[in-house]
Design a protein around this ligand. Structure first.
Ligand SMILES: *Cc1c(COP(=O)(O)O)cnc(C)c1O
Length: 406
């Protein structure tokens, strides 16, 4: 019987130094050696299980890495100080100056800015494509293409990438497929669909308490070690290392991920269906009307649902701003970026998390002005939430399109 990710996580077992049920936290930046020769060998990378300096590795970071590898079904995983620390390390490890990247055009704003602007410094060029049109991905491949990059469920429009088709294409041309799976932990397992490298912003669902930033790269032992190489590793040399105390706290939060994802998904699906029935323009991969519905169904683990993100178009930026302010006053959540918190978080992506994307390009990719992105919380009574949200909308005279009687 093959083990599900949640079972694999459940089965991880560590003992603390004194038999504690949580592993001891490695509260040290540097480690002693009994012999000078061992120190030399450790520098050369020849002694497994020896710690040298915590920018390279630390017991707490390795424990968290092991849990993430279990989650994503990869050989191993490295942890980073942020999602962007993970993403930038992978890009710079895979690409040299003069190389080319193919990326989905609907990605996290920070990643978009990194690829589009910052990588120019290194003469690394990115073609942004509609990732759901496989031919356009194939047409963009050049002799210098060193990675295909996408998000399994994209930010903020919730486009669903067909990872099986992309993986087949990537294999045909021997290019690694790099997938940011931040929006869909447990729901989608990119390694099983053929992705080579899986990235997470742990800041979001995996940690789930909005108290820190962190990131991860899950992949083969060979690739993850290359990132840590003392002479050539982007992770090691750019230095976006996660602190051990944080790694320990994220590991503890991860143990409730399976329960949280089910609740986020259940609540989001409920609201998406209700608001769609009320005549609003709702994007949620669990709605039949969503362009990614079939792809999502085909590649998801149904236990964890369609995820906690939903967008609602309320017609104009004025409406969006007024509604978000009122919802915050009514304690329905916070007007804040980020996702995966126990409370609902909402923001207007066009003026916040996607503001790195030029306005015309936003329109082209369907990012309209009145769009609100919701990260639906763990609300105990989602029916009550729906009623309260509807009251807020009524007070502001925000209405869905009147349904035509059939
Ligand atoms: C937040 C986010 C990132 C960046 O992660 P940080 O932890 O903020 O650096 C990358 N990708 C996606 C999809 C995100 O939502």
């Amino acid at each position: 019987m093959s083990k599900s990710s949640a079972n694999q996580l459940q089965d991880l077992q560590y003992f603390g130094e004194f038999g504690g049920v949580n592993p001891s936290v490695s509260d040290s930046s540097t480690y002693t050696f009994l012999s000078a020769k061992t120190m030399f060998d450790t520098f050369e990378g020849n002694t497994e299980g020896c710690y040298l300096y915590s920018r390279h590795s630390s017991p707490s970071n390795l424990y968290l890495g092991e849990a993430l590898a279990a989650l994503e079904g990869t050989e191993t995983a490295n942890v980073y100080a942020s999602g962007m620390g993970a993403i930038s390390s992978v890009i710079m490890q895979l690409c040299d100056s003069g190389d080319h990247i193919i990326s989905s055009r609907t990605i996290y704003g920070g990643t978009y800015a990194l690829l589009k602007n910052f990588m120019k410094k290194f003469v690394i060029d990115t073609s942004f494509v509609d990732i759901t049109a496989i031919e356009s991905v194939e047409n963009a491949i050049t002799a210098n293409t060193k990675m295909i990059y996408c998000e399994s469920v994209s930010n903020p429009l919730l486009e669903v990438a067909d990872l099986k088709a992309l993986a087949a294409l990537a294999r045909k041309y021997d290019i690694p497929l790099v997938v940011d799976n931040t929006f869909s932990p447990l729901s989608i397992k990119p390694s099983e669909l053929g992705a080579d490298i899986i990235i997470h912003s742990l800041t979001k669902f995996i940690n789930g308490t909005s108290d820190c930033v962190a990131g991860a790269v899950c992949g083969t032992t060979e690739f993850c070690l290359s990132l840590k190489d003392v002479n050539n590793g982007a992770g090691m040399l750019l230095g976006s290392t996660l602190d051990s105390l944080r790694a320990a706290s994220i590991l503890k939060n991860m143990r409730t991920l399976h329960i949280r994802m089910q609740q986020h998904s259940k609540n989001a699906l409920y609201l998406a269906e209700k608001f769609e029935a009320d005549g609003f323009k709702v994007a949620y991969p669990g709605l039949r009307s969503h362009s990614g519905y079939e792809t999502m169904k085909d590649q998801m683990n149904t236990t964890y649902g369609f995820g906690g993100l939903m967008t609602l178009d309320v017609g104009s930026l004025e409406n969006a701003n007024a509604l978000m302010e009122l919802m915050q006053t009514e304690k329905l959540g916070y007007l804040a970026v980020s996702l995966g918190f126990y409370k609902t978080l909402f923001s207007a992506p066009g003026t916040s998390t996607s503001s790195e994307i030029p306005f015309e390009e936003q329109l082209e990719m369907g990012l309209s002005n009145g769009l609100i992105r919701f990260s639906i919380g763990l609300d105990n009574d989602i029916e009550r939430t729906y009623q309260l949200m509807t009251e807020c909308m009524n007070r502001l005279s925000i209405k869905g399109k009147t349904k035509v009687a059939s």
